[in-house]
Ligand binder design. Structure first.
Ligand code: ATP
Ligand code: MG
Length: 232
């Protein structure tokens, strides 16, 4: 099983090609290690393989070569359900399912109390949104999240992550800009998420990279630069 608390991440000689793709592999001989609690800024041009790397960490695909270890465990030796409960992905498009606000935030984890949910929503600046819900946490959301603003949807994605308390967070930052107030809330939420958690941030903003301990630059599926932020 994958350990508890912040997870170390280790890639050893990982190469990956999408099925049927010709030419050079999409990711080539990636080798790097993150200590528990470290924040990695992952940079690279469009198509360089950043999201592909994220998908491998969640085992949407397995690499043809090399190994990925989280908390010292080869992810092929862990249950996919366990892996996905320990690794959270925050993307720009949150998937809202048809169901209550509570179920959308907890994924039916009954250990999470309503008080805790309210606290997290408050922390994220969603207190007045929450207060306006006609049936509180029992309010139904439509599949796809119709009725939510882009900013609210993004903040709900953060709320999910705070409530599930994973050992590794992968953030695929929004490259499009939100309104300044939402930006500010997301900025603050991101800051909080980074405390004492291992995090890989696919960065489009300079502000985010400034918070990373370590930077990795991908070019055409290969690591072309790696180091401590201070050194680059
Ligand atoms: P962006 O900054 O635009 O999000 P990225 O660095 O995340 O780019 P990836 O999405 O990882 O890039 O794509 C890396 C390469 O793999 C690209 O050449 C892309 O066309 C290809 N690719 C991505 N998804 C698939 C897929 N499902 N099947 C085949 N090829 C894919
Ligand atoms: Mg991408």
């Amino acid at each position: 099983p994958i350990g508890s608390g912040p997870l170390s991440v280790e890639l050893s000689d990982v190469s990956f090609s999408y099925e049927g793709a010709e030419g050079k592999p999409t990711l080539r001989q990636l080798d790097f290690r993150l200590a528990p609690g470290e924040v990695l800024g992952l940079l690279g041009r469009t198509g360089s393989g950043k999201s592909t790397l994220a998908r491998l960490l969640l085992r949407f695909y397995d690499p043809q070569q090399g190994a990925i270890r989280l908390g010292g465990t080869d992810i092929r030796d862990a249950k996919v359900s366990e892996l996905r409960s320990r690794v959270a992905m925050v993307t720009q498009s949150i998937e809202i399912m048809e169901g209550t606000v509570r179920d959308n935030l907890t994924f039916y984890d009954e250990q999470i109390s309503d008080a805790r949910i309210a606290e997290v929503l408050d922390d994220l600046g969603l207190g007045s949104w929450y207060a306006s819900l006609p049936q509180g946490l029992d309010t139904m959301l439509a599949s796809g999240g119709g009725g939510l603003s882009a900013g609210e949807a993004q903040l709900l994605a953060f709320a999910r992550v705070f409530l599930s308390d994973p050992g590794l967070i992968i953030m695929d930052e929004a490259s499009s800009r939100l309104d300044p107030l939402t930006e500010q809330r997301i900025e603050r939420a991101t800051q909080k998420l980074l405390e004492a958690r291992t995090c890989i941030i696919i960065a489009h903003r300079l502000a985010t990279v400034q918070r990373a301990d370590r930077i990795l630059v991908l070019e055409d599926g290969e690591i072309v630069e790696e180091g401590l932020r201070a050194a680059l």
